[in-house]
Write a protein that binds this ligand. Structure first.
Ligand code: 5GP
Length: 233
């Protein structure tokens, strides 16, 4: 790509577009876990995550949720609104798994969480992305309320969609950003790299846990999700 590189993330690269309000985001054939300590470069991974993200952003936009997604100039590159990213990872959970089970007591993996819960983590690999309280989010100058409200709206939409496809949406991570007018948008990506998807009623994984636990090929699993999504698009 000839555009000037603005930022190199763990699995995505940001490029200038010459338009102050837009950026290009290239999804790389790369997967990381445990704050970048585990890395692999699976062929076709950037493309499948980009295509799933585009499809899900389009679904959410159609439901009135503001997202940074604008266009798909190539199969692994998105044109997006330029935002100032809030350094908080917003996690929404419908079923207990991952760090929730590890860092609490009395919760079993697979246990239904009713109502769903929303948590905040600091977006800072060097600090190990620690869990934040809502008060700490406020002390960082960020209002947690709109983040929580948006996360629950996204959850409502995605849960319906994945249920139709025969999957349980266990949990997912969202990132948000503000544009130059102070409007909040959903940012980053929405793919099985940042969500847990289990085949309905089972704990068969179709997400990044396959990589984290070395239990299977993520590109094959992600392609299956994309195929299913396309049938409903
Ligand atoms: P947990 O807190 O259980 O590790 O993660 C909860 C959900 O958020 C999972 O779906 C996980 O994939 C996603 N998640 C949490 N942190 C990150 C992160 O730093 N990057 C990505 N891609 N996903 C994350």
């Amino acid at each position: 790509m000839n555009n000037q590189e603005l930022m190199h993330g763990k699995v995505k690269t940001l490029y200038d577009t010459g338009d102050a309000e837009k950026v290009l985001i290239k999804y790389e054939d790369k997967v990381t876990a445990f704050d970048g300590k585990m890395v692999d470069y699976p062929d076709g991974k950037g493309k499948v995550c980009c295509l799933i993200s585009a499809l899900l952003f389009e679904k959410l936009s159609a439901a009135g949720i503001r997202t940074h997604y604008l266009d798909l100039p190539s199969l692994n590159t998105m044109l997006c609104r330029r935002l100032t990213i809030v350094p908080v990872e917003v996690i929404c959970r419908n079923i207990a798994a991952g760090s929730l089970v590890k860092n609490t007591d009395g919760l079993k993996e697979g246990q239904l969480l009713q109502p769903p819960i929303v948590e905040f983590f600091l977006k800072d690999d060097a600090k190990g992305d620690p869990l934040l309280t809502e008060d700490r989010v406020r002390l960082m100058g960020v209002d947690p309320e709109p983040l929580k409200e948006q996360a629950l709206m996204v959850n409502g939409q995605l849960q319906v969609l994945f249920t139709l496809l025969g999957f349980d949406l266990v949990d997912f991570k969202l990132e948000f950003g503000y544009d130059g007018h102070g409007d909040l948008y959903l940012a980053d990506e929405l793919s099985p790299d940042s969500m847990r998807l289990w085949k309905k009623g089972t704990q068969e994984r179709f997400d990044k846990d396959l990589f984290r636990k070395d239990e299977g090929d993520i590109v094959t699993a992600y392609k299956h999700i994309l195929t299913q999504l396309r049938q409903f698009a």
